[in-house]
Design a binder for this molecule. Structure first.
Ligand code: EPZ
Length: 421
């Protein structure tokens, strides 16, 4: 297994370029299942989850080529409708093939995703919505078996909870359904906006893009001609590098971003007393005289993202005062706390709320273990500011979602090296 060795407290400076968004790219790859043509997708992040999803497309009978950050994907030859356990267990986002395959072929089987490091993460809302659209669904030997021999029917779906993956699955299913689907309480994340725009540019009428009510006119199984596109920049990767600048209290420019997608993160950094300059495609974080504490509640977009909670917790260890973080989306997303404690942080957990007493730079490097993607990035941030060496083990989590993390950090001055245990 590989681990990262970070020698902390190096001066950071310069600029870092942000890759395409993993969480936009995954549903976009799934949506190629709706198409009859080959699609060229640019700005794909070079991360393990993307390669896993492309492998899933190939297992289903589709084809792809990938060179650097561009893939060409063709699903016209799909002849298998089962997403098997071996892939789903490594990547829960595999559930995103359920809507498009079911809509196109009238049946689909997906291994039921289990719980994961951050919570139970059920998919009941995806299934309930597909049932409303006429699917029959049973769970058999650990597999979701969905069928709709006469096709899916446009329906009114009211999500009990805002769900990113659920909204994506139903948008894709609705695109090939018969008639109009209205999704109420839809998620509004930029990743969903891009998915809707790509499907809409293939001729599917979608009203309300970017709002919590989406109205989709299905094609009644007529496959789409999807145009080539580039994946939007990764707002969570960008936010993570913003926190790298902030935790070292240095000036860093974050390039290739859509600043508006970073509003919640920017506004919390401003509350922490950082000045942030923006232009059309970049944000620059400037150092501050005093890092102030902050109170954060995670919520759906456009609120503060759960995927940035762990990184802000690392940052809050450097604030002059006591911060709180209230995690509202996932019931077990504080696995990084015990590892931050090993680095010397002063954090108390009470249910879903973490209280972080800032200690102004008193973290000390040691061995820590990554537990999920964003928890791992919080450990990297803490290591950048800790004294001495920090070894971060199980970094395969980081490789799932951060392209060339060592390369990008090294370029801005960090001392980061990868080793094999
Ligand atoms: C997406 O997960 C992201 N993954 C997650 O990013 C992100 O943390 C999450 O959205 C929230 O923003 C991808 O986009 C691939 P949800 P998703 O359905 O779609 C509950 C990362 O680090 N729920 O919006 O799985 C659920 O348990 C990852 O990149 C149900 O109860 O999240 C959670 O409490 C981790 N039933 C809440 O809704 C369901 O059927 C939101 O989950 C579905 C969800």
């Amino acid at each position: 297994m590989e681990y990262l060795k970070i020698l902390g407290q190096n001066k950071l400076s310069g600029a870092v370029s942000i890759s395409g968004a993993k969480n936009a790219a995954l549903p976009l790859i799934a949506c190629t299942i709706l198409a009859k043509n080959e699609i060229k997708m640019g700005n794909l992040p070079n991360v393990v989850d993307i390669n896993t999803f492309l492998k899933l497309i190939a297992k289903l009978g589709g084809t792809f080529t990938k060179e650097n950050n561009t893939a060409k994907i063709c699903t016209s030859n799909i002849n298998n409708t089962t997403a098997t356990y071996d892939i789903v267990k490594t990547m829960r986002a595999s559930i995103l093939v359920l809507g498009p395959i079911l809509a196109r072929f009238g049946h689909c089987e997906v291994s039921l995703p289990g719980g994961c490091a951050i919570g139970q993460r059920p998919v009941d809302l995806h299934l309930k919505a597909l049932e409303t659209m006429g699917a029959k669904i049973i769970i058999n030997h650990g597999y979701i078996e969905a069928s709709a021999p006469n096709g899916l029917k446009g329906s009114k779906i009211v999500f009990d909870k805002v769900t990113v993956g659920g909204t994506e699955n139903i948008v894709m299913a609705a695109a090939l359904a018969e008639g109009t689907t209205t999704i109420i309480n839809a998620a509004k994340e930029p990743e969903i906006v891009q998915l809707c725009e790509v499907i809409a540019s293939a001729g599917v009428e979608i009203q309300g893009i970017g709002t919590s009510t989406l109205i989709i006119e299905g094609t009644n199984k007529e496959l789409l001609e999807i145009k080539d596109f580039d994946v939007i920049p990764d707002r969570i990767e960008a936010g993570t590098y913003m926190c790298a600048a902030a935790i070292r209290n240095e000036k860093i420019k974050i390039e290739n971003v859509i600043p508006m997608h970073l509003d919640a993160v920017t506004s919390k950094l401003e509350e922490m007393n950082f000045e942030i300059l923006q232009d059309e495609t970049s944000v620059t974080i400037l150092p501050t005289d005093e890092i102030k504490p902050v109170n954060i509640i995670t919520t759906e977009y456009p609120g503060f993202p759960t995927d940035m909670q762990a990184q802000f917790m690392a940052l809050a260890t450097q604030a002059n005062g006591t911060s709180t973080i209230d995690e509202r989306l996932f019931e077990n997303r504080f696995m990084h706390v015990s590892e931050l404690l090993r680095l010397g942080a002063d954090i108390h957990l009470n249910g879903n709320t973490a209280t972080i007493n800032g200690k102004n730079g008193t973290l000390n490097g040691t061995d820590v273990m990554a537990t999920d993607l964003r928890a791992s990035s919080a450990l990297v941030l803490a290591a950048l500011v800790a004294s001495g060496e920090t070894n971060i083990h199980r970094i395969y989590h980081l490789d799932r979602g951060y392209e060339d993390l060592e390369g990008k950090l090294t370029k801005i001055g960090a001392n980061v090296k990868r080793f094999t245990e």
